[in-house]
Write a protein that binds this ligand. Structure first.
Ligand code: SF4
Length: 343
Protein backbone atom coordinates (compact mmCIF):
# COMPACT_ATOMS: atom_id res chain seq x y z
CA UNK A 1 0.00 0.00 0.00
CA UNK A 2 1.30 3.44 -0.86
CA UNK A 3 1.93 6.17 1.69
CA UNK A 4 -0.54 9.05 1.32
CA UNK A 5 0.74 12.63 1.43
CA UNK A 6 -2.46 14.48 2.41
CA UNK A 7 -3.26 18.05 1.43
CA UNK A 8 -6.49 19.54 2.80
CA UNK A 9 -7.61 22.33 0.54
CA UNK A 10 -10.08 24.96 1.74
CA UNK A 11 -13.60 24.90 0.37
CA UNK A 12 -13.17 28.36 -1.13
CA UNK A 13 -16.69 29.59 -1.67
CA UNK A 14 -18.55 26.35 -2.32
CA UNK A 15 -21.87 27.48 -3.83
CA UNK A 16 -23.74 24.40 -2.62
CA UNK A 17 -25.85 23.86 0.47
CA UNK A 18 -25.65 20.20 1.44
CA UNK A 19 -27.70 19.87 4.62
CA UNK A 20 -25.11 17.71 6.41
CA UNK A 21 -22.20 20.07 5.72
CA UNK A 22 -20.95 22.54 8.31
CA UNK A 23 -21.54 25.64 6.19
CA UNK A 24 -20.32 28.07 8.85
CA UNK A 25 -17.02 26.33 8.98
CA UNK A 26 -16.97 26.17 5.18
CA UNK A 27 -17.75 29.87 4.91
CA UNK A 28 -15.16 30.65 7.55
CA UNK A 29 -12.46 28.63 5.85
CA UNK A 30 -9.95 31.37 5.14
CA UNK A 31 -6.84 29.26 4.64
CA UNK A 32 -5.22 29.61 1.23
CA UNK A 33 -3.96 26.93 -1.10
CA UNK A 34 -0.57 25.42 -0.31
CA UNK A 35 2.27 27.18 -2.14
CA UNK A 36 4.48 25.29 -4.63
CA UNK A 37 7.29 25.21 -2.04
CA UNK A 38 4.95 23.80 0.61
CA UNK A 39 3.73 21.09 -1.76
CA UNK A 40 7.23 19.98 -2.68
CA UNK A 41 8.52 20.21 0.91
CA UNK A 42 5.65 18.06 2.23
CA UNK A 43 6.31 15.34 -0.36
CA UNK A 44 10.04 15.41 0.48
CA UNK A 45 9.22 15.09 4.18
CA UNK A 46 7.03 12.02 3.57
CA UNK A 47 9.55 10.52 1.10
CA UNK A 48 12.15 10.46 3.88
CA UNK A 49 9.86 8.40 6.11
CA UNK A 50 8.43 6.19 3.35
CA UNK A 51 11.51 3.91 3.25
CA UNK A 52 11.04 2.83 -0.33
CA UNK A 53 7.24 2.59 -0.25
CA UNK A 54 5.30 4.33 -3.03
CA UNK A 55 3.97 7.84 -2.38
CA UNK A 56 0.57 9.21 -3.38
CA UNK A 57 -0.31 12.90 -2.99
CA UNK A 58 -4.03 13.30 -2.23
CA UNK A 59 -6.05 16.51 -2.25
CA UNK A 60 -8.92 16.16 0.18
CA UNK A 61 -11.43 18.57 1.65
CA UNK A 62 -12.62 20.83 -1.11
CA UNK A 63 -14.22 20.30 -4.48
CA UNK A 64 -10.97 20.14 -6.40
CA UNK A 65 -12.32 20.45 -9.92
CA UNK A 66 -14.63 23.33 -8.93
CA UNK A 67 -11.57 25.45 -8.14
CA UNK A 68 -10.68 27.89 -10.93
CA UNK A 69 -8.46 26.08 -13.45
CA UNK A 70 -5.41 28.28 -12.66
CA UNK A 71 -5.69 27.19 -9.01
CA UNK A 72 -5.88 23.54 -10.03
CA UNK A 73 -2.73 24.10 -12.13
CA UNK A 74 -1.04 25.83 -9.19
CA UNK A 75 -1.60 22.68 -7.13
CA UNK A 76 -0.75 20.07 -9.75
CA UNK A 77 2.11 21.64 -11.72
CA UNK A 78 4.71 21.79 -8.90
CA UNK A 79 4.24 18.03 -8.43
CA UNK A 80 4.95 17.12 -12.06
CA UNK A 81 8.78 17.01 -11.73
CA UNK A 82 8.38 14.78 -8.66
CA UNK A 83 6.15 12.41 -10.64
CA UNK A 84 8.66 12.40 -13.53
CA UNK A 85 11.53 11.66 -11.14
CA UNK A 86 9.61 8.86 -9.43
CA UNK A 87 9.79 10.57 -6.02
CA UNK A 88 6.01 10.69 -6.18
CA UNK A 89 4.12 7.79 -7.72
CA UNK A 90 0.50 8.91 -8.01
CA UNK A 91 -2.02 11.74 -7.52
CA UNK A 92 -5.56 11.65 -6.19
CA UNK A 93 -8.23 14.37 -5.87
CA UNK A 94 -11.76 14.52 -4.41
CA UNK A 95 -14.65 16.29 -6.06
CA UNK A 96 -18.39 16.43 -6.81
CA UNK A 97 -19.97 14.50 -9.69
CA UNK A 98 -21.29 17.66 -11.39
CA UNK A 99 -17.82 19.21 -11.39
CA UNK A 100 -16.43 16.63 -13.82
CA UNK A 101 -16.80 16.49 -17.59
CA UNK A 102 -14.65 15.19 -20.46
CA UNK A 103 -12.50 18.31 -20.50
CA UNK A 104 -11.91 18.15 -16.73
CA UNK A 105 -11.05 14.46 -16.90
CA UNK A 106 -8.52 15.07 -19.72
CA UNK A 107 -6.98 17.96 -17.79
CA UNK A 108 -6.57 15.78 -14.68
CA UNK A 109 -5.10 12.91 -16.68
CA UNK A 110 -2.62 15.24 -18.42
CA UNK A 111 -1.52 16.40 -14.97
CA UNK A 112 -0.87 12.91 -13.67
CA UNK A 113 -4.04 12.37 -11.62
CA UNK A 114 -4.65 8.61 -11.36
CA UNK A 115 -7.63 8.52 -9.01
CA UNK A 116 -10.67 10.72 -8.44
CA UNK A 117 -12.94 10.26 -5.43
CA UNK A 118 -16.51 11.34 -6.11
CA UNK A 119 -18.86 12.43 -3.32
CA UNK A 120 -21.98 10.67 -4.59
CA UNK A 121 -23.80 10.12 -1.26
CA UNK A 122 -26.98 8.67 -2.84
CA UNK A 123 -28.37 7.79 -6.26
CA UNK A 124 -31.97 8.51 -5.23
CA UNK A 125 -33.46 11.72 -6.64
CA UNK A 126 -35.55 12.49 -3.57
CA UNK A 127 -32.71 11.85 -1.11
CA UNK A 128 -30.35 14.02 -3.16
CA UNK A 129 -32.99 16.76 -3.34
CA UNK A 130 -33.79 16.69 0.40
CA UNK A 131 -30.08 16.74 1.15
CA UNK A 132 -29.48 19.83 -0.96
CA UNK A 133 -26.83 18.14 -3.03
CA UNK A 134 -27.58 20.01 -6.25
CA UNK A 135 -26.72 17.10 -8.54
CA UNK A 136 -28.51 13.98 -9.70
CA UNK A 137 -27.68 10.35 -10.48
CA UNK A 138 -27.17 11.18 -14.17
CA UNK A 139 -24.31 13.52 -13.14
CA UNK A 140 -22.71 10.59 -11.32
CA UNK A 141 -23.01 8.30 -14.33
CA UNK A 142 -21.61 10.98 -16.66
CA UNK A 143 -18.70 11.79 -14.32
CA UNK A 144 -17.73 8.13 -13.92
CA UNK A 145 -17.91 7.62 -17.70
CA UNK A 146 -15.74 10.71 -18.38
CA UNK A 147 -13.13 9.71 -15.80
CA UNK A 148 -12.95 6.12 -17.00
CA UNK A 149 -12.66 7.26 -20.62
CA UNK A 150 -9.66 9.34 -19.57
CA UNK A 151 -8.12 6.29 -17.84
CA UNK A 152 -8.66 7.55 -14.29
CA UNK A 153 -9.69 5.20 -11.45
CA UNK A 154 -12.88 6.24 -9.65
CA UNK A 155 -13.64 5.91 -5.94
CA UNK A 156 -17.18 6.60 -4.73
CA UNK A 157 -18.37 7.89 -1.39
CA UNK A 158 -21.88 7.03 -0.12
CA UNK A 159 -23.78 8.41 2.89
CA UNK A 160 -26.57 6.09 4.06
CA UNK A 161 -29.15 7.69 6.36
CA UNK A 162 -29.60 11.05 4.64
CA UNK A 163 -33.05 12.74 4.78
CA UNK A 164 -35.62 10.67 2.88
CA UNK A 165 -33.31 7.64 2.82
CA UNK A 166 -34.15 4.13 3.97
CA UNK A 167 -32.11 0.92 4.12
CA UNK A 168 -33.79 -0.26 0.90
CA UNK A 169 -32.93 3.01 -0.87
CA UNK A 170 -29.33 2.91 0.41
CA UNK A 171 -28.92 -0.62 -0.90
CA UNK A 172 -30.47 0.45 -4.20
CA UNK A 173 -28.03 3.37 -4.43
CA UNK A 174 -25.20 0.96 -3.73
CA UNK A 175 -26.38 -1.43 -6.45
CA UNK A 176 -26.53 1.45 -8.96
CA UNK A 177 -23.05 2.56 -7.96
CA UNK A 178 -21.66 -0.99 -8.14
CA UNK A 179 -23.07 -1.24 -11.66
CA UNK A 180 -20.63 1.56 -12.56
CA UNK A 181 -17.70 -0.67 -11.44
CA UNK A 182 -15.88 1.81 -9.20
CA UNK A 183 -12.36 0.94 -8.05
CA UNK A 184 -13.33 1.35 -4.39
CA UNK A 185 -15.97 2.73 -2.03
CA UNK A 186 -16.10 4.74 1.17
CA UNK A 187 -19.27 4.50 3.26
CA UNK A 188 -20.02 7.20 5.83
CA UNK A 189 -23.34 6.81 7.71
CA UNK A 190 -24.85 10.29 8.09
CA UNK A 191 -24.06 12.12 11.34
CA UNK A 192 -25.78 15.23 12.68
CA UNK A 193 -23.02 17.82 13.06
CA UNK A 194 -23.84 20.95 15.05
CA UNK A 195 -24.30 24.10 13.03
CA UNK A 196 -25.60 22.28 9.95
CA UNK A 197 -29.02 22.51 8.36
CA UNK A 198 -29.40 18.84 9.28
CA UNK A 199 -28.93 19.73 12.97
CA UNK A 200 -31.78 22.25 12.66
CA UNK A 201 -33.95 19.59 11.01
CA UNK A 202 -33.02 17.14 13.77
CA UNK A 203 -33.78 19.61 16.55
CA UNK A 204 -37.10 20.51 14.88
CA UNK A 205 -38.00 16.82 14.74
CA UNK A 206 -38.13 16.57 10.96
CA UNK A 207 -35.05 14.35 10.63
CA UNK A 208 -34.17 11.17 12.53
CA UNK A 209 -30.71 9.71 12.03
CA UNK A 210 -29.97 6.00 11.91
CA UNK A 211 -29.27 4.49 15.31
CA UNK A 212 -25.88 2.83 15.74
CA UNK A 213 -27.30 -0.74 15.46
CA UNK A 214 -29.33 0.26 12.37
CA UNK A 215 -26.24 1.76 10.71
CA UNK A 216 -24.09 -1.25 11.59
CA UNK A 217 -26.65 -3.65 10.11
CA UNK A 218 -27.15 -1.60 6.97
CA UNK A 219 -23.41 -1.15 6.43
CA UNK A 220 -22.93 -4.89 6.95
CA UNK A 221 -25.39 -5.57 4.11
CA UNK A 222 -23.64 -2.95 1.98
CA UNK A 223 -20.24 -4.50 2.70
CA UNK A 224 -21.52 -7.96 1.71
CA UNK A 225 -22.96 -6.57 -1.55
CA UNK A 226 -19.69 -4.79 -2.37
CA UNK A 227 -17.66 -7.91 -1.53
CA UNK A 228 -19.84 -9.94 -3.89
CA UNK A 229 -18.87 -7.58 -6.73
CA UNK A 230 -15.22 -7.59 -5.59
CA UNK A 231 -15.32 -3.85 -4.93
CA UNK A 232 -13.21 -2.93 -1.94
CA UNK A 233 -14.73 -0.74 0.80
CA UNK A 234 -11.68 1.18 1.97
CA UNK A 235 -13.41 3.04 4.83
CA UNK A 236 -16.64 2.80 6.84
CA UNK A 237 -17.50 5.54 9.32
CA UNK A 238 -15.73 8.85 9.77
CA UNK A 239 -12.18 8.77 11.01
CA UNK A 240 -12.13 9.67 14.71
CA UNK A 241 -10.45 13.05 15.14
CA UNK A 242 -10.12 15.39 18.11
CA UNK A 243 -12.28 17.91 16.22
CA UNK A 244 -15.09 15.40 15.63
CA UNK A 245 -14.93 14.05 19.17
CA UNK A 246 -14.99 17.49 20.82
CA UNK A 247 -18.06 17.92 23.05
CA UNK A 248 -21.15 19.10 21.17
CA UNK A 249 -19.83 18.50 17.64
CA UNK A 250 -21.74 15.31 16.83
CA UNK A 251 -25.29 16.05 18.00
CA UNK A 252 -26.75 12.71 16.96
CA UNK A 253 -26.28 9.78 14.64
CA UNK A 254 -24.36 6.52 14.51
CA UNK A 255 -20.88 7.74 15.46
CA UNK A 256 -18.43 5.19 16.83
CA UNK A 257 -14.64 5.51 16.75
CA UNK A 258 -14.30 1.86 15.69
CA UNK A 259 -17.36 1.75 13.40
CA UNK A 260 -15.73 -0.55 10.83
CA UNK A 261 -14.92 -3.11 13.48
CA UNK A 262 -18.53 -3.12 14.66
CA UNK A 263 -19.61 -3.92 11.10
CA UNK A 264 -16.97 -6.64 10.64
CA UNK A 265 -17.95 -8.19 14.00
CA UNK A 266 -21.62 -8.22 13.03
CA UNK A 267 -20.70 -9.97 9.81
CA UNK A 268 -18.72 -12.56 11.76
CA UNK A 269 -21.65 -13.02 14.15
CA UNK A 270 -23.90 -13.83 11.18
CA UNK A 271 -21.38 -16.45 10.03
CA UNK A 272 -21.10 -17.95 13.53
CA UNK A 273 -24.91 -18.14 13.76
CA UNK A 274 -25.18 -19.90 10.41
CA UNK A 275 -22.57 -22.49 11.41
CA UNK A 276 -23.98 -22.98 14.91
CA UNK A 277 -27.47 -23.61 13.55
CA UNK A 278 -26.07 -26.93 12.24
CA UNK A 279 -24.76 -28.19 15.59
CA UNK A 280 -26.79 -29.25 18.65
CA UNK A 281 -27.50 -26.59 21.29
CA UNK A 282 -25.08 -26.62 24.17
CA UNK A 283 -22.13 -27.80 22.03
CA UNK A 284 -18.51 -26.98 22.85
CA UNK A 285 -17.00 -25.57 19.67
CA UNK A 286 -13.82 -23.92 18.34
CA UNK A 287 -13.57 -21.34 15.59
CA UNK A 288 -10.72 -20.85 13.14
CA UNK A 289 -10.40 -17.42 11.52
CA UNK A 290 -8.04 -15.93 8.91
CA UNK A 291 -4.96 -14.20 10.29
CA UNK A 292 -5.70 -11.01 12.23
CA UNK A 293 -9.46 -11.62 12.46
CA UNK A 294 -9.80 -12.87 16.04
CA UNK A 295 -10.98 -9.52 17.43
CA UNK A 296 -13.66 -9.24 14.70
CA UNK A 297 -14.96 -12.69 15.63
CA UNK A 298 -14.89 -12.18 19.37
CA UNK A 299 -16.43 -8.70 19.08
CA UNK A 300 -16.01 -5.66 21.28
CA UNK A 301 -16.13 -6.61 24.98
CA UNK A 302 -16.43 -10.26 23.77
CA UNK A 303 -20.00 -9.46 22.78
CA UNK A 304 -20.17 -12.10 20.01
CA UNK A 305 -19.13 -14.88 22.39
CA UNK A 306 -21.78 -13.77 24.89
CA UNK A 307 -24.42 -13.69 22.14
CA UNK A 308 -23.70 -17.21 20.87
CA UNK A 309 -23.77 -18.43 24.45
CA UNK A 310 -27.19 -16.77 24.98
CA UNK A 311 -28.72 -17.74 21.62
CA UNK A 312 -27.22 -21.20 20.98
CA UNK A 313 -26.10 -22.17 24.50
CA UNK A 314 -22.78 -22.81 22.74
CA UNK A 315 -19.47 -22.69 24.56
CA UNK A 316 -16.60 -21.35 22.45
CA UNK A 317 -13.58 -23.16 23.90
CA UNK A 318 -10.99 -21.77 21.47
CA UNK A 319 -10.47 -19.27 18.65
CA UNK A 320 -7.43 -19.90 16.43
CA UNK A 321 -5.99 -18.04 13.47
CA UNK A 322 -4.94 -19.78 10.26
CA UNK A 323 -3.19 -17.72 7.60
CA UNK A 324 -4.18 -20.22 4.89
CA UNK A 325 -7.90 -19.36 5.26
CA UNK A 326 -9.45 -17.02 2.66
CA UNK A 327 -10.09 -13.50 4.07
CA UNK A 328 -13.88 -13.84 4.45
CA UNK A 329 -14.07 -17.44 5.58
CA UNK A 330 -14.74 -19.01 8.98
CA UNK A 331 -14.27 -22.58 10.18
CA UNK A 332 -16.15 -24.26 13.03
CA UNK A 333 -14.70 -27.35 14.72
CA UNK A 334 -16.96 -29.55 16.77
CA UNK A 335 -16.46 -33.13 18.01
CA UNK A 336 -13.67 -33.83 15.50
CA UNK A 337 -15.68 -32.44 12.59
CA UNK A 338 -15.26 -29.13 10.83
CA UNK A 339 -17.59 -26.93 8.80
CA UNK A 340 -16.67 -23.79 6.93
CA UNK A 341 -18.46 -20.80 5.52
CA UNK A 342 -17.53 -17.84 3.30
CA UNK A 343 -18.93 -14.34 3.17
S1 SF4 B 1 -20.50 18.85 1.24
FE1 SF4 B 1 -21.77 20.09 -0.15
S2 SF4 B 1 -21.86 22.11 0.80
FE2 SF4 B 1 -20.20 21.05 1.80
S3 SF4 B 1 -18.38 21.64 0.65
FE3 SF4 B 1 -19.11 19.73 -0.29
S4 SF4 B 1 -20.47 20.35 -1.94
FE4 SF4 B 1 -20.14 22.16 -0.63
Amino acid sequence: MSVVVPFFIPHLGCPHRCVFCDQEKVAGSTGGLPSPDELVARVAQYAEKARGRELEAAFYGGTFTALPRPDQERLLCPLQPLLAAGTLNSLRVSTRPDAVDDDTASFLKEHGVDTVELGVQSMDAEVLGLSGRGHDAADVEAAVAALKKAGIAVGIQLMPGLPGDSPALSLDSLARVLALSPSFLRIYPTLVISGTELSRMYLAGSYTPLSLPQAVNLCKDMLVAANRESVQVIRMGLQPTAELEAPGVVLAGPYHPAFRQLVESELRFDQMSRLLSDVPRGSRVSFVVPRGKTSDLVGQKRENLSRVSRLFAAEVVAVREDSSLAPGSLLLEWEGRSMSIGL
